[in-house]
Every structure is written in C-alpha cells, then in structure tokens.
Ligand binder design. Structure first.
Ligand SMILES: NC(=O)c1ccc[n+]([C@@H]2O[C@H](COP(=O)([O-])OP(=O)(O)OC[C@H]3O[C@@H](n4cnc5c(N)ncnc54)[C@H](OP(=O)(O)O)[C@@H]3O)[C@@H](O)[C@H]2O)c1
Length: 271
C-alpha cells in the first residue's frame, strides 16, 4: 500500500512516559530520528513532549505533534479552553494534529457539538489537521456527513497483528483515510510470537520491527511507545523492512480479533 499522508508513518507513543524519565525517553527518540510524537490531555505527557522538543533544538516545524481532547472535555463549555490549556502545557502555539480521543458515550454530548468544535479549533489555527480516535464505521459515516469527505486526517485505533480490524481497514481504504495503529506491539507481547520471530530472523530485525513493518505495509501509521534506547532504535528499523507477500499473508493469518482496550465507554466496535 502506498502511504501518502502528512502524518509521519512511524511515530512515538508517550502513554506512561511522564516526568523527567518521560522527557528523557522522548528526547532520546527525537535524537534517534522520530519526528511524530503522540500525546493526549489524559496522559500527563503534554508537558514532557513540549520540553523534549525544546531540548532537542529541532525547529518546531520538524516535529509532528498530536494531542487528543479527553472525553471529559467534549462539551461546549470545556472543549476550546481544554485545547488552549493543551497548547499552554506543550508550550506551542499550535499542534499538528488534534484528535477526539473517544466519542461521547451514548451521545451524552451531542456528536455535532464536539465535531464542529474540532473543526473550529482547526479554523482558529490551534491545529494543522484534525482527526478522531476510537471511532467505528458508524461514527466515521456521521463525521463524513457532517464535515465532508477528507475532513479528518486519521482515525487512531487499536490495531496490531492480533487485531487487524478488517472491516474498518477496508472502509478506511475505500475512503482514503489513514488509520493510526495504537498499541501496535500489544504492549511488547509481539516479541514472543513464533511467526514474527521467524520472519524477523530472516530480515535481521526484531519481531517488534516486523509487526510495525507489517502494519505500515498495510497502509497504517504506527505509534509504538518505548523508554529504552535499544527498543527505540530497533523499532525504527521497521522502516527498512520489506516483507514478501508470503510473509504478509503469514502475519495476516495471526488476526484473532484480540482487543486489549475495551473500556465501558467504548462504542460498538465493527469487528
Ligand atoms: N487513542 C487511544 O485511545 C490510545 C490507546 C492506547 C494507546 N494509545 C497510544 O499508542 C501508544 C502505543 O501504545 P502502548 O504504549 O499502549 O503500547 P505498545 O506501543 O504496543 O507497547 C509499548 C510497550 O512495549 C515495549 N516495547 C517497545 N518496543 C519494544 C521492542 N522493540 N521489544 C520489546 N518491547 C518493546 C515498551 O517497553 P520499553 O519501554 O521497555 O521499550 C512498552 O512497555 C501509546 O503510548 C499512546 O500514545 C492511544
């Protein structure tokens, strides 16, 4: 799959990377070459992300930064102040991508309210691109009806070799929408997968790099998290891995609909 999106395809997740240790991990990733950093209002990592970008000395424009509006900030009175607070915490005048983290549970906040607020945040220059997270197809259809085709740059969802979300994947392909795969390494569990390990050995990389290379070959962006320099470097090597169709099919066969993140507030998933 040819990847054409302004979102750098291999990014860095920051969940759990708080405080000074978080700053150090994010800074190391920037030094290694990561140029896409994923944070959220609810992670407590917006501060560390801003600080790491400043300490890196990189021009702000060279680092693509995503943040997400928490589901507790979706209503009209809280939405825009929360975005302004995110920018203040990051120390930036805009982010590159602003996402709705979760749709409002049972439409407690009207869908139109927060989706139009998201669009307004873009029009006000608080973000270059807008997108969503944890949206199933029904919510993507509502988004398309409200904002038009192509209005959102991504849907960030759980995707990995054990949860390949084929219905959502096919819908996204049909609509030219990039999916950003969160928890792409199943929190590190992919390292002990025998199929990935065998392919990894053939390519001289780690099983984690094979999982990431697979997801990217499927057309997704990926945001693995790590605080380890060795793992950050190993994951970056995924960019150089070219999997054969036979290897792709072997990894496609690992899909077992194994969803790890499924809180009470989840919408009805497609798979
Ligand atoms: N939108 C959402 O609702 C949502 C939900 C969940 C996550 N996310 C985003 O997605 C990001 C990634 O998800 P995640 O952090 O939950 O899980 P993940 O990226 O699948 O896994 C991270 C874990 O894997 C380990 N790891 C990383 N590289 C490794 C390697 N090469 N070999 C072995 N272990 C490795 C890390 O440990 P070390 O530090 O020791 O390397 C870390 O504990 C998050 O940080 C967050 O930004 C978004």
């Amino acid at each position: 799959m040819v990847y054409s999106s302004p979102i750098p395809q291999l990014g860095l997740g920051t969940f759990g990377r708080t405080g000074d240790a978080g700053i150090a991990a994010i800074l190391k990733a920037l030094e290694i070459g990561y140029r896409h950093i994923d944070t959220a209002q609810s992670y407590d990592t917006e501060g560390p992300v801003g600080e790491a970008v400043r300490r890196s000395g990189l021009p702000r424009a060279e680092v693509f930064v995503t943040t997400k509006v928490a589901d507790t900030n979706l209503d009209k009175s809280r939405f825009m102040p929360s975005v302004e607070k995110s920018l203040e915490t990051l120390g930036f005048d805009h982010v590159d991508l602003l996402l709705i983290h979760w749709p409002s549970e049972k439409d407690a906040v009207p869908f139109e309210d927060y989706m139009l607020a998201l669009k307004e945040a873009q029009e006000r220059g608080f973000t270059r691109f807008i997108g969503v997270s944890n949206f199933p197809i029904a919510h993507l259809e509502r988004t398309r009806a409200l904002l038009g085709e192509g209005a959102i740059a991504t849907n960030q969802v759980e995707i990995h070799p054990y949860l390949q979300a084929p219905k959502l994947r096919d819908y996204a392909r049909d609509h030219g929408l990039v999916l950003t795969a969160y928890q792409p390494l199943v929190k590190g569990a992919v390292v002990s997968d025998p199929v990935l390990a065998e392919i990894a050995e053939r390519h001289g990389v780690t099983p984690a790099a094979v999982a990431l290379a697979f997801l990217m070959a499927e057309g997704h962006a990926v945001i693995p998290a790590s605080s380890s320099e060795a793992n950050l470097r190993a994951n970056m090597r995924a960019k150089d891995v070219r999997l054969s169709e036979e290897e792709m099919n072997a990894i496609r066969a690992l899909d077992r609909g194994d969803r790890r993140i499924n809180p009470e507030k989840s919408p009805r998933w497609d798979d």
